[in-house]
Design a protein around this ligand. Structure first.
Ligand code: 5RP
Length: 239
């Protein structure tokens, strides 16, 4: 089952409005001349749309580096000039998250894009996270940690994950029979842990399993988080 949180339909529109609000606020923080990392997911979707509007209306000179096919196609539709990490490093990356803890550690990868997201977000001078309040947690770990796994390594990876105390589950596709295949042609294994006492240690441990391309723990990478709450947008900066 896809790990994104199930929420009641009545709440969907409120959450959606919160995502739009926080995304718009982030888009207003962008300065002319910047190179931007463009995150993936529904919150990033609103960010990319608002950015496209600003570029058109204010004639800004901005280029984007997408973190997935999703953000690439959307950025192109919004007429955002595209560049690559080969040509430019981002001044600012703006991306969503599935969980954010008080130290600004994250779990990402609900959209299976965490490998390129981590590459682009870490390469940026500043990494800004945009979330609605439902993503705020005291401790990471209710959301399973996504691993991007080379298909031929699926079996040994799951054995090692179990030995590390995790419960692995192969993410299955919707509207396609069989597993999700990432933008990099790999599987996604979602791993539920009872607890994550040390996100950085877990991030390193999971990436040391042969066949794991990247995992969805983003420890110590985020510089600032904008959270849409019922009282407006809250900002938390890395101490
Ligand atoms: C994709 C991600 C997304 O940023 C994360 O799943 C949040 O998505 P949304 O903004 O739709 O809640 O990590 O791999």
């Amino acid at each position: 089952m896809h790990p994104k949180k199930e929420i009641a339909w009545e709440a969907v529109q409120l959450v959606d409005e919160a995502k739009r609000q926080v995304a718009n606020e982030a888009a207003m923080m962008v300065n002319d001349g910047q190179i931007l990392g463009l995150g993936t997911g529904s919150t990033s979707h609103y960010f990319i749309q608002k950015l496209g509007n600003r570029i058109m209306e204010e004639e800004l000179d901005i280029m984007g580096i997408p973190t997935s096919y999703q953000s690439f196609f959307l950025a192109r539709d919004c007429k955002i000039p595209i560049t690559t990490l080969d040509e430019h490093l981002p001044d600012l990356a703006v991306d969503g998250a599935d969980e954010v803890d008080p130290q600004l550690n994250l779990i990402k990868g609900g959209g299976a894009a965490h490998t390129l997201e981590k590459i682009v977000d870490s390469a940026a001078d500043k990494f800004l996270v945009i979330v609605d309040e439902s993503k705020k947690v005291e401790k990471l770990g209710d959301f399973p940690v996504p691993l991007e796994v080379i298909p031929s390594a699926y079996r040994p990876v799951t054995e090692q994950v179990k030995a590390a105390g995790g419960v692995p589950s192969l993410r299955m596709a919707q509207m396609k029979d069989g597993p999700v295949i990432t933008d990099n042609n790999n599987f996604v294994v979602d791993v539920q842990f009872k607890e994550i006492p040390n996100p950085k240690e877990l991030e390193i441990e999971l990436n040391s399993i042969p066949g794991v391309v990247e995992n969805g723990v983003f420890a110590g990478i985020a510089d600032q988080v904008l959270i849409a709450t019922s009282n407006g947008v809250e900002s938390i900066k890395k101490p």
